[in-house]
Design a binder for this molecule. Structure first.
Ligand SMILES: CC(C)(COP(=O)(O)OP(=O)(O)OC[C@H]1O[C@@H](n2cnc3c(N)ncnc32)[C@H](O)[C@@H]1OP(=O)(O)O)[C@@H](O)C(=O)NCCC(=O)NCCS
Length: 180
């Protein structure tokens, strides 16, 4: 999978990625921005998680985001679950390595994943949930064509207060396959 400016590439998650995925799962700061709540994750739980993510499945795609030169694994991106009847999927993304945020890597990984969803898997719609004050993520989703479809009020409890969550979606016809 390539995009015009190819600073990152995607590959399947592997069992060997477990050290990084467990570290990211145990990063409370990262979870301040995610819809999922923070929980401490043991190596046993992480092994179960990565076993699921690395098993062949028609209902999920779990990918590692890697830097094109150097192969460093900096984050993950998911289509999970994929609904093959209604041809839609839920997207999730994180750049786990803080120092690699705000360098355009998330944008490229998102574009490449949408391309995979629409061009390879033939999906009609990709959607996601994002905490309403995660402005950076929302701008990124809008940049690739996501539209806000709804607002779930007081949907998640984070750092002592309830926060709204936006539902954002993009249809196949709204995705520009020629630009990153
Ligand atoms: C949200 C997230 C996935 C975005 O990925 P990213 O790689 O940081 O995003 P990008 O670099 O592509 O774009 C983010 C910003 O960096 C800017 N940017 C891109 N390339 C840049 C560069 N070379 N130098 C400086 N800034 C740059 C973009 O213009 C954008 O700016 P904006 O927020 O003012 O619009 C990532 O920050 C992350 O994982 N955050 C924590 C988890 C999270 O919030 N996940 C989403 C949950 S819904």
């Amino acid at each position: 999978m390539t995009s015009p400016q190819n600073k990152v590439y995607l590959r399947a998650l592997e069992e060997e990625d477990i050290e990084r995925t467990q570290r990211w799962h145990n990063d409370p700061e990262l979870y301040q921005t995610l819809v999922d709540g923070f929980r401490f994750v043991s190596r046993t739980a992480e092994r179960e998680w990565i076993a699921k993510r690395t098993s062949y499945s028609s209902s999920e795609v779990s990918l590692a985001i890697c830097l094109a030169p150097g192969d460093e694994h900096i984050g993950n991106i998911y289509l999970r679950p994929v609904n093959l009847t209604s041809r839609n999927a839920v997207l999730g993304i994180l750049i786990g390595e803080k120092d690699h945020r705000r360098q355009g890597y998330g944008h490229q990984a998102l574009w490449q994943t949408l391309r995979h969803a629409f061009v390879d898997l033939g999906l009609e719609r990709v959607y996601l949930e994002v905490v309403a004050d995660n402005e950076q993520a929302i701008r990124l989703y809008e940049r690739v064509g996501f539209k806000t479809e709804g607002r779930l009020r007081n949907h998640v409890f984070k750092e002592g207060k309830f926060r709204d969550v936006l539902v954002m979606g993009i249809l196949r016809a709204e995705f520009k396959t020629t630009e990153a």
